[in-house]
Design a protein around this ligand. Structure first.
Ligand code: GTP
Ligand code: MG
Length: 223
């Protein structure tokens, strides 16, 4: 059944977004800060998979972001393919005070691309920007990697909250923009057709200017 734009509700927009990155980079705390405005100074490693649904307002419309969080540590991870299935957005997280976690990004990107669509809207996130004295990865290096890989880029701190909401909003807004263009092209939107959950729908990386966020190079549309 087709819904006209007047009949659409927030239920029409549900985006699955995954958090990916090494253990202890702060994935769970980014989610806790964003969803509940909480921070855990000594949080335990995530075991298995957790997800939270958060409402985000984009252009006056309420969108639900279903944000999935799992362990960075191999032994605590749940079935990988199920974690990535249907994801339309991803936060690829490293810790700016740990070179090792930045070096792992290539591996995480490979895993993301192996288990989900190549065009999942992805932002590279350098977390723990509050740890200025302990920084091991310069901002320019993060930016450069994001540029090479066609990703958005941002530095965040789950501890002092800086840029946390912006990181999630950037991904959600970009997915929304892509979807809006598709809807305009197709002329109508079927209810829940937008969720992309489970249907492996292709999205492309394109963006508008947003402060503090580095935009990826525009890529061709495969939709
Ligand atoms: P796994 O679940 O094992 O994959 O780890 P994770 O990526 O979910 O890390 P988690 O959120 O549990 O954070 C690990 C540690 O880093 C915790 O002690 C947090 O308090 C700390 N931490 C997280 N984010 C920040 C941050 O922005 N700044 C600082 N200084 N510490 C942080
Ligand atoms: Mg965790």
């Amino acid at each position: 059944m087709a819904f006209s734009s007047e009949e659409q509700t927030s239920e029409d927009y549900l985006f699955k977004i995954v958090l990916v990155g090494d253990s202890a980079v702060g994935k769970s705390n980014l989610l806790a800060r964003f969803a509940r405005d909480e921070f855990y100074p000594s949080s335990k490693s995530t075991i298995g998979v957790e997800f939270q649904t958060q409402k985000i307002a984009i252009e006056g419309r309420e969108i639900k972001a279903q944000i999935w969080d799992t362990a960075g540590q191999e032994r605590f991870r749940a079935v990988t393919s199920a974690y990535y299935r249907g994801a339309v957005g991803a936060l690829l997280v490293y810790d700016i005070s740990s070179r090792q976690t930045f070096d792992s990004i290539g591996r995480w990107l490979h895993e993301l691309h192996t288990h989900s669509d190549m065009n999942v809207v992805t932002i590279l996130v350098g977390n723990k920007s509050d740890l200025r004295e302990a920084r091991e990865v310069p901002t320019a290096e993060g930016k450069a990697l994001a540029e090479t890989q066609g990703l958005f880029f941002i530095e965040t701190s789950a501890l002092d909250s800086s840029n946390v909401a912006l990181a999630f909003q950037t991904v959600v807004k970009e997915i929304y923009n892509i979807l809006s263009r598709k809807v305009m092209q197709s002329g109508e939107l079927k209810k829940n057709d937008s969720s992309s959950l489970g249907d492996g729908r292709t999205v492309v990386l394109q963006g508008e200017e947003t402060s503090d966020v580095d935009q990826p190079e525009k890529k061709g549309c495969s939709c």
